[in-house]
Ligand binder design. Structure first.
Ligand code: NAD
Length: 486
């Protein structure tokens, strides 16, 4: 069985402690590989390498040279597409049909998009008068932030990690990445691609391990890291924010959500069902932007619930290689315990279980996997934990509403503010409602339609800052104003 090592200063290295942990295939519960767990020593080596690389060839490259290398990184991922696909699907259990058109191609695209974007961003300049009449000229330049700590989750491992590493490197930074302990393989594999593409040693570093008392905490405590970009749970974001406060380091936080879908009677029902199906069940419900609360105008409530139930019962659950399957397992048995605890809580709180609510029957060779049924509830009170907590599983609660004001109030009733989907063919209403929803990302008559140039991030407890397009520059660069007296 292969072991997965850290990638530090251009080389794969094991942990001095010899500590290894299991990487488990969630489709069958079998161990795929052993992963080295970084101690303070390896994290320090990675950060020191990243710091030194800022002063090496990377820091001296022209923008053209740097961005040409990032194009080669994207080409390198695409050249090894099948290897990345296999690794991502083994780690996550997700269907290959999904990962082959989202995770891997978008993982590669993140390098090209940000390399091209950075070449086309103008800077600002202000002329000013001076008392002696000669005037002065201000202009701003952008410089890399330095060493960026990248801490990423398991739901879209390559995609969400490169979403940060792409712009970080395009802006001239160096990175130390701590991928999720659940899904370390593609982040590790990317080291080989970086090397082949000509990324200098020390620019891209990877340390494996857990969060608290492990690689994640050691990274956030390291004083030479200049800023942290994190995607994960809101509670973890709070811990990272505290660690970053020491030394006044910058943070970009993409956190959890409990997103609302608002379905108005004037919607196109086919579109609303298709979009809500994807937003509740894609990636086995493990998408931060997913819809776990669906509010439906009362006059179409019964029809909507009936049609969503029928569609959910049509989902085909299966392992990554099953070409017919459109739903895989959850990421781990531990996560399944959490999701199933909410399935039980829904029953305890008096929900009507419209469909699902348990574990599906799977063939013997898959019985050890983290499988759950797609689940729909109605009838829960607004303050049930099932309706207020992020479950991160293939489930949603559907509740009727009577007025537009009530729908908006319900959507805004939680401390999260990540995303929302509005389903209405009345474009005036859609604009009006979109303007009042407290969330960073609103879709009208669609879901997960992503243009990588747009601002991406959450409001309220769903995050701090925006990444995407030029907005990524705000975090990955320091702006410096130069004032010249003429
Ligand atoms: P998580 O917070 O448990 O872990 C994320 C990463 O943080 C992992 O690499 C983990 O090892 C690390 N970590 C945990 N504790 C740490 C600590 N004390 N110090 C440093 N690092 C630590 O999240 P998860 O379960 O991997 O991912 C699911 C969560 O991510 C959900 O809440 C989901 O909504 C959120 N998410 C948000 C977005 C977004 O863009 N807003 C995107 C995807 C996922």
């Amino acid at each position: 069985m292969k072991d997965i090592k850290h990638y530090i200063n251009g080389h794969y290295v094991g942990s001095a402690s010899g500590k290894l942990f299991d990487n488990v295939n969630p489709a069958n519960g079998k161990v795929i590989s052993k992963v080295h767990e970084a101690g303070r020593e390896e994290v320090d080596a990675a950060v020191q390498a990243a710091k030194a690389a800022l002063r090496g060839p990377w820091g001296k490259m022209t923008l053209e040279q740097r961005t040409a290398i990032l194009h080669k990184v994207a080409d390198g991922i695409n050249a090894r597409f099948d290897e990345f696909l296999e690794a991502e699907c083994l780690d996550t259990g997700k269907p290959k049909s999904l990962a082959s058109h989202i995770d891997i191609p978008r993982g590669a695209a993140n390098f090209k998009v940000f390399a091209d974007m950075i070449k086309n961003v103008p800077t600002e300049s202000f002329e000013m008068p001076t008392p002696d009449g000669t005037g002065a000229l201000n202009y701003a330049v952008r410089r890399p932030k330095g060493v960026v700590g990248v801490i990423s989750p398991w739901n879209l491992p390559l995609l969400l990690m490169t979403w940060k590493v792409g712009p970080a490197l395009a802006c001239g930074n160096t990175v130390v990445v701590k991928p999720s302990e659940e899904t370390p393989t593609t982040t590790a594999l990317l080291g080989e691609v970086m090397k082949d593409a000509g990324v200098p040693d020390g620019v891209y570093n990877v340390v494996h391990g857990f969060g608290g008392d492990s690689a994640g905490a050691y990274l956030t405590e390291h004083p030479l890291v200049d800023g942290f970009t994190f995607t994960g749970e809101t509670g973890t974001g709070e811990v990272i924010m505290k660690a970053a406060a020491k030394g006044i380091r910058d943070i970009s936080l993409e956190l959890g959500g409990k997103n609302a879908g608002l379905v108005f009677a004037d919607c196109d029902m086919d579109k609303a069902i298709e979009g809500t199906m994807r937003s509740a069940f894609a990636n086995c419900g493990q998408v931060c932007l997913g819809t776990e609360r669906v509010y439906v105008e009362r006059s179409i409530f019964d029809e909507f619930v009936g049609r969503l139930k029928e569609a959910a019962e049509g989902l085909k659950i299966g392992p990554p290689d099953d070409a017919e399957a459109n739903m895989g397992p959850l990421v781990s048995l531990k996560h399944r315990e959490k999701v199933l605890s909410y399935y039980q809580k829904a029953v305890d709180d008096g929900a009507t279980v419209v469909t699902g609510g348990g574990v599906p029957d799977m063939p013997a060779e898959l019985a050890g996997g983290a499988w759950v049924q797609p689940t729909i509830w109605t009838g829960l009170a607004d303050d049930s934990a099932v309706v207020t907590d992020e479950i991160f599983g293939p489930c949603c609660h559907i509740r009727p509403f009577d007025t537009e004001e009530e729908a908006i109030q319900l959507a805004n009733s939680l401390p999260y503010g990540l995303a929302s989907a509005i389903w209405s063919e009345n474009i005036t209403r859609a604009h009006r409602v979109a303007g009042q929803i407290e969330a960073g990302i609103i879709w009208v008559n669609s879901w997960f339609l992503r243009d990588l140039r747009t601002p991406f991030g959450g409001s309220k407890q769903s995050g701090i800052g925006r990444e995407g397009g030029v907005h990524s520059l705000e975090f990955y660069t320091e702006m410096k104003n130069i004032c010249i007296k003429l």
